[in-house]
Design a protein around this ligand. Structure first.
Ligand SMILES: [Zn+2]
Length: 299
């Protein structure tokens, strides 16, 4: 029985047009639709008159102009970045140059990590002006944001909680339209599941992910994401116990219903699950876990 996740791919919007979502939150969507970004990157504007930008987005001139145009007469005081994928952080450079605002994030993209083609691509040039710690509070003139370190999708991923509206900006950690890509080595399934559990213990009542529509039932939704990952591990365990010992064959079986064009991404996900299962002493392999290795269940 496959756990039901209530995905929502619907969104009413126009590229370059700012939408007001709440008294303190506005959103502009960048014209970078793809298999990773759905309609494109949602850049959030938090506050009024003196504002923070969350995830400036890709360095697409029309998108940057749309943000600056909508904020004419207002002041950008902070630029917050959830993580350093190319669809989230690059426009920081232009927004900073136009506003003088400082950038805030956990840190640069992890070095020495070969970017797999299953990721959105990393912005290795990004360096925050201020590095944030887990639990750190950032205060604007009319808003208060708590930064929450949520490694998993990337090791430097942060979610941002807006205190005044009991709202969360979960970046790519929780998305309403799809599961999150967790691709080793920078993606880490153990960290991802721990970070999901971390959100599950928090009070925020609405999530505004960088891609797709707001999530209005975050607790049950996050729980269904966790349940989905546990189910995948159960399915992998059944394969291993049946003597199916390699990732391509496991993917053929447990992703039989999804389009084969997505099997390469699915293989990254199975690898990240296997690494997690090795760490928790449920699975073994010779040497380090790689896409071509053979795996077996620990009895
Ligand atoms: Zn991402």
């Amino acid at each position: 029985m496959v756990n039901f996740i209530d995905y929502n791919k619907e969104l009413k919007f126009e590229y370059g047009i700012t939408q007001r979502l709440s008294p303190l939150i506005r959103r502009v969507i960048a014209p970078n639709p793809s298999a990773f970004t759905l309609h494109g990157t949602g850049t959030y504007i938090v506050g009024n008159d003196e504002v923070a930008i969350i995830d400036p987005g890709p360095a697409i001139p029309e998108h940057i102009q749309a943000i600056l145009k909508t904020l004419k007469g207002e002041k950008i005081t902070h630029i917050l970045v959830t993580h350093t994928h190319l669809d989230h952080s690059p426009a920081t450079v232009q927004i900073k140059a136009a506003s003088g605002a400082l950038s805030y994030a956990y840190g640069p993209h992890a070095r020495n990590i070969k970017n797999s083609d299953m990721e959105e691509g990393a912005d290795f040039d990004f360096k925050p002006d201020k590095r944030l710690k887990d639990g750190e509070i950032i205060k604007g003139s009319n808003w208060t944001i708590e930064s929450i370190h949520t490694p998993g999708h990337t090791s430097n991923h942060m979610c941002f909680a807006l205190k005044e509206e009991n709202a969360m900006f979960p970046g790519d950690h929780v998305m309403g339209w799809s599961t999150t890509i967790v691709s080793p080595p920078d993606g880490d399934m153990s960290a991802y599941m721990t970070s999901l559990d971390k959100l599950n213990h928090r009070p925020e009542s609405i999530y505004y992910p960088t891609h797709g529509a707001p999530i209005t039932n975050p607790r049950p939704y996050v729980e269904s994401l966790l349940a989905h990952r546990y189910e995948r591990e159960d399915e992998i365990m059944v394969c291993l116990k049946d003597g199916i010992d390699n990732i391509p064959d496991i993917v053929e079986i447990i992703y039989a219903k999804i389009d084969s064009s997505l099997h390469k991404a699915a293989a990254r996900s199975v690898l990240s699950h296997l690494i997690h299962m090795i760490k928790t002493n449920r699975v073994k392999c010779e040497g380090i876990p790689t896409p071509d290795n053979k795996y077996r269940a620990v009895n």
